[in-house]
Design a protein around this ligand. Structure first.
Ligand code: 6PG
Length: 483
């Protein structure tokens, strides 16, 4: 039933910005019995939604922001689903002018968490609650159950939480939605989710590359492998859709679609934000960073054109035992995925300390088990790890993951060595292995780095045999002094 006039304040939620994501989440709310006030800059989009899906629930059509706000029950709750950046600021300003203290504005876009921190503080001064909510799962997730990562004031979650949880994905009876933490925490966690997503996709891409160029598999054969892998430890949305994409045949040419897609990956920017934030926080997210750089490299068309035909050196022999190498790749993928997620969770912990958010890593594992792009069986293991030890120093040292890497390590090394010998780029597989080797190393070359820094910059160093900071008089008698 749709009351196409905004007569009385009867909507529990308002959605403004009715592109596909906005329309789908509005429909999701309506399908769950909520009355949904609709608003879009162009009313045509509002009318199209009502014309096509008005029978799915109770929508209230509005044309102006004032009408939109007037259609909402108090405390008013408005979900903004517009492009991140200036557009969001403009919509927030327009809404804030029409709303009253105690009302709630939710930004469901991929906003930069530092913008959310700024917006939350500014709106709090006007008595308004601002909730930056990461919403993951794409168009399908928005309609049928996303993973929702709302930050903002805890008190606003009291009224908002049940509404959001009612439309989120559900795993083992638990909604994939929880209050993440104050101000920008929700968008920060969504940003890290996206960074992990980039790493996951890059690792899958490297596995695909090895199957294609080291084993000579065609797309259909590789699709079958990923389909098989999706029944085991690697079961996940990204593995599932990889099999789908690789199975797709291009209608125009009859070739596998993947073979006619230009090999230049784009990115809207959330993965880049993750790496920038990690650099500031001092967290080595090597897998995520290599994934972001790999996308940039793939898009460097002029350089790649100029570099075509550069010397490959003497290449090694291709693997002869396809089954064994396939298992090696599976193991390397799983181990590298453990590293990427471990690094992502390290960044969440570092952000929590930096911004005083008091985040609970296990919460993220719990709500990422369904609805979001990185949803995977694997996340149950991460949830168990943090439920057992919330202060886990790294996922990599947790017994289950420690054992999984111990099982995978020989395969992992064989894959990185073979790829290198065949001239196949595996930046995420190899950087993840080096990260693992770096973490477990007895002595790192950083001792020499400290010596060099002290030589040219008198930046001092610590000693292994006694506490304190020291400096060598490099340009004098080279004696050592306390710094
Ligand atoms: C999600 C996705 C989504 C993604 C966009 C842009 O969680 O649903 O992460 O938000 O960011 O599809 O993807 P790119 O960053 O790869 O451009």
């Amino acid at each position: 039933m749709t009351d196409t006039t905004a007569s009385t304040a009867r909507a529990q939620i308002g959605v403004t910005g009715l592109a596909v994501m906005g329309s789908n989440i509005a429909r999701n709310f309506a399908r769950h019995g909520h009355t949904v006030a609709l608003h879009n800059r162009s009313v045509a989009k509002t009318d199209a939604l009502i014309a096509e899906h008005g029978d799915e629930g109770d929508f209230v059509r509005t044309e102006t922001v004032d009408e939109f706000v007037a259609a909402l029950q108090r405390p008013r709750r408005v979900l903004i689903m517009v492009k991140a950046g200036d557009a969001t600021d403009a919509v927030i300003e327009e809404l804030a002018a029409a709303m009253e203290p105690g009302d709630i504005i939710i930004d469901g876009g991929n906003a930069l968490y530092t913008d959310t921190i700024r917006r939350e503080a500014s709106l709090r001064e006007r008595g308004l609650h601002f909730v930056g909510a990461g919403i993951s799962g794409g168009e399908e997730g928005a309609l049928n159950g996303p993973s929702i990562m709302p930050g903002g004031p805890k008190e606003s979650y009291e009224s908002l939480g049940p509404l959001l949880e009612s439309v989120a994905a559900v795993v083992d009876g638990t909604p994939c939605c929880t209050h993440i933490g104050p101000d920008g925490a929700g968008h920060f966690v969504k940003m890290v989710h996206n960074g992990i997503e980039y790493a996951d996709m890059q690792l899958i891409g490297e596995a695909y590359h090895l199957f294609r160029d080291a084993l000579g598999f065609d797309a259909a054969q590789i699709a079958a492998v990923f389909g098989e892998w999706n029944t085991g430890d690697l079961e996940s949305y990204l593995i599932e859709i990889t099999a789908e994409v690789l199975s797709q045949v291009d209608a125009k040419t009859g070739q596998p679609l993947v073979d006619v897609i230009v090999d230049a990956a784009e990115q809207k920017g959330t993965g880049r934000w993750t790496v920038k934030s990690a650099l500031d926080l001092g967290v080595p997210v090597t897998g995520i960073a290599e994934a972001v750089f790999a996308r940039a490299l793939s898009g460097s068309r002029a350089q790649r054109e100029a570099a075509k035909g550069l010397a490959s050196g003497v290449l090694g022999d291709k693997p002869t035992d396809a089954d064994r190498f396939t298992e090696d790749i599976r193991q390397a993928l799983y181990a590298s995925k453990i590293v990427a997620y471990a690094q992502g969770f390290d960044q969440i912990r570092a952000g929590s300390v930096e911004y005083g958010w008091d985040l609970t890593p296990g919460d993220m594992a719990t709500i990422w088990r369904g609805g979001c792009i990185i949803r995977a069986r694997f996340l149950n293991r991460i949830k168990e790890a943090y439920d057992t030890n919330p202060d886990l120093t790294s996922l990599i040292v947790e017994p289950y993951f420690k054992d999984a890497i111990e099982t995978a390590i020989d395969s992992w090394r064989r894959v990185v060595v073979t790829a290198t010998q065949l001239g196949i780029p595996v930046p995420a597989f190899s950087s993840s292995l080096s990260y693992y080797d770096g973490l477990r190393a007895e002595r790192l070359p950083a001792a020499l780095t400290q010596g060099q820094r002290d030589f040219f910059g008198a930046h001092t160093y610590e000693r292994t045999d006694r506490p304190g900071k020291f400096h060598t008089l490099w340009s004098g008698d080279r004696s050592e002094v306390d710094a």
